[in-house]
Design a protein around this ligand. Structure first.
Ligand code: BDP
Length: 568
């Protein structure tokens, strides 16, 4: 939900910055103002902005100021942080506004009591990226993570101040189908007689639907049918702007917008359907990772990535291994990508499966993720976890509880998780779609592509035999290649080995009628913790970290462009 109606101050730029390795800041009242000459850029992770901060894990403080015009007096004031890694505490003008845990979901704090109108306002944020076994995802240190990507810190996604009328629209939940169903649940905060007017505008600015409803006890609902809509699909990502205006005494008090698409998703007869047609997912697992900006992908990089994916014949990706930014998923909606939205639950171990407090934390993050992205046409499936240690019995209840939680919050989309245990996995019964990560010919059978692919085929057939009604998606397969390293014959780490590995896997996978899609690991090289297995980066990218192609790109382009999106 966004708004062009509400005044907004975007806090992008240089902020004051101060490390607090001894955690003295709160005691010493740093929330009143920071004594420091250090600067940092927001949005972006702190690590690569200065070599001294690269391996820093712990508490750091941020400060910025913004001016609030006098005319805004009487409005409500909200601070939105789209992503802070990993915990945040926020003060405005010395007053504590609230806190949040979890790097990858946005949070909004009310600042009505602390704000000063017609004056400068001092915003201070304490950020803590200490990694513990209780974090989601868990770990024990910068180079001892239970996940294979660099543990960045900081305010790495946009921050803004937004002003609303005292009567305002709190939430829209939109459900559509490809035939024109339009169900909207509207939540409103306000007093007196309030009307919500919904209008639907097509991409040429034409109003194609309009209806007004009265708000009762803060709620209003529309359950209707819009005739003549153009469905949303990867081939034609038709978007409509759903505009909701809140009206009181014949005056518009608030207005919000949502880009929506008319489309339906279903799993039946072992297939995945989009708009009642069986569909095949061709794509990649991605990461949000870039030199210097760290876990922030600037808009220009995102544009490059999406056009590269399009050129390669891709129609899908997974937000491995956490919910991506609003800007990232906006492009998926606009350019027609089928997204598997993954929760930040990577690398759960046995100790997590029965830890009630931990499970509730994961569920809270899943709830925030769904609230933030539920109206996106691009999101066609949720993944509740990546590679939990799900070869033990207790994994089933853990995964089942997360899947049930998702279904309760959003019954319209299928649920999955990415498994590394295949036939040994104890939790596959809980999902709608089985997702498998396979590295035979790399970690197992190193140097033996043919043997790896043969063994992968045997395992896949076996999983299919065990769960004949469930479609199978390959969420990861791939090999590392150091860009510029060539070798004949193809040996591990050469561009040739990666290209041949991917070609042989695609050939095998596309022959299997129970497979509904394949995602290559990874779109681009990405930074990892330091380890004996990695030279700074995970090298399984089709592209380098700065988005230059490796040899495998040619193969993928040829192969993927031959596979149609719709199978019938
Ligand atoms: C899988 C993980 C992924 C890793 C990948 C790899 O899901 O995060 O980056 O393996 O090792 O196990 O390259």
């Amino acid at each position: 939900m966004f708004s062009r109606f509400r005044p907004k101050i975007v806090l992008e730029g240089y902020w004051k910055f101060k490390l607090d390795p001894n955690k003295k800041g709160e005691e010493e009242g740093w929330f009143n103002g920071l004594r420091t000459g250090d600067l940092i850029y927001v949005p972006s992770s702190w690590n690569e902005q200065r070599p001294q901060w690269d391996q820093y894990m712990g508490v750091a403080w941020y400060e910025n100021e913004f001016f609030v015009p006098k005319e805004y007096d009487g409005m409500r004031v909200w601070l939105t942080f789209e992503g802070v890694s990993y915990k945040a505490k926020v003060w405005l003008n010395g007053e504590f506004l609230g806190e949040h845990e979890g790097a990858f979901t946005q949070f909004k704090l009310n600042a009505d009591k602390a704000v000063k109108f017609g004056d400068y306002n001092k915003l201070i944020v304490e950020v803590d990226n200490t990694l513990t076994k209780k974090n989601v995802p868990p770990g024990e240190g910068m180079n001892n993570t239970y996940f294979d990507f660099f543990h960045y810190g900081g305010i790495f996604r946009p921050v803004y101040v937004e002003f609303t009328n005292p009567d305002y629209i709190e939430d829209l939940t939109v459900i559509t189908d490809h035939k024109g169903l339009l169900k909207v649940d509207i939540t409103v905060v306000g007093e007196g007689r309030l009307i919500v007017k919904l209008t639907l505008v097509d991409d040429e600015g034409r109003e194609v639907y309009s209806k007004s409803v009265e708000v009762k006890k803060g709620k209003a609902t529309i359950d209707d049918h819009v005739s003549g809509v153009k469905p949303w699909s990867p081939e034609e990502p038709n978007l409509y702007t759903l505009r909701a205006s809140l009206i009181k005494d014949n005056e518009v008090k608030d207005m919000v917008e949502e880009n929506i698409g008319f489309r339906s998703v279903a799993v039946r007869n072992g297939r995945l359907y989009l708009n009642d047609r069986p569909i095949f997912l061709k794509g990649v697992g991605r990461h949000e990772d870039f030199p210097v900006t760290g876990k922030y992908l600037p808009g220009a990089v995102l544009i490059r990535d999406f056009y590269l994916m399009k050129e390669l014949g891709m129609n899908s990706f997974r937000t491995s291994h956490y919910p991506y930014s609003n800007a990232h998923l906006d492009l998926a909606d606009k350019l027609g990508f089928l997204v598997i939205l993954e929760s930040p639950m990577v690398g759960a171990r046995e100790e997590h499966f029965t830890d009630r407090e931990y499970i509730e934390k994961v569920k809270r993050m899943i709830e925030e993720m769904i609230k933030q992205h539920k109206n996106r046409p691009s999101v066609i499936m949720y993944s509740v976890a990546n590679e939990p240690r799900s070869n033990v019995e207790t994994a089933y209840d853990f995964i089942k509880e997360l899947c049930d939680h998702v279904k309760k919050l959003d019954p319209t989309r299928p649920v999955t998780f990415a498994s590394m245990f295949h036939t040994e996995d104890k939790a596959l019964e809980a999902v709608d779609v089985i997702s498998l990560n396979i590295y035979l010919g790399w970690y197992k059978y190193p140097g033996e592509i043919d043997e790896g692919v043969r063994e992968a085929e045997r395992i896949l057939d076996k999983v299919h035999e065990m769960y004949p009604d469930k479609p199978i998606l390959i969420t990861e397969f791939g090999a590392g290649a150091v860009s510029g390293f060539h070798h004949d014959p193809p040996v591990m780490w050469s561009e040739e080995y990666q290209a041949e590995f991917i070609r042989k896997y695609i050939e095998m996978l596309k022959r299997k009628e129970y497979i509904i899609g394949m995602h290559i690991w990874n779109f681009a090289d990405f930074r990892t913790p330091q380890s004996a297995r990695r030279v700074i980066l995970n090298r399984k990218g089709l592209f380098t970290r700065t988005r230059q192609p490796k040899l495998a790109v040619k193969i993928v382009k040829e192969e993927f462009n031959k596979i149609p999106t719709f199978l019938e």
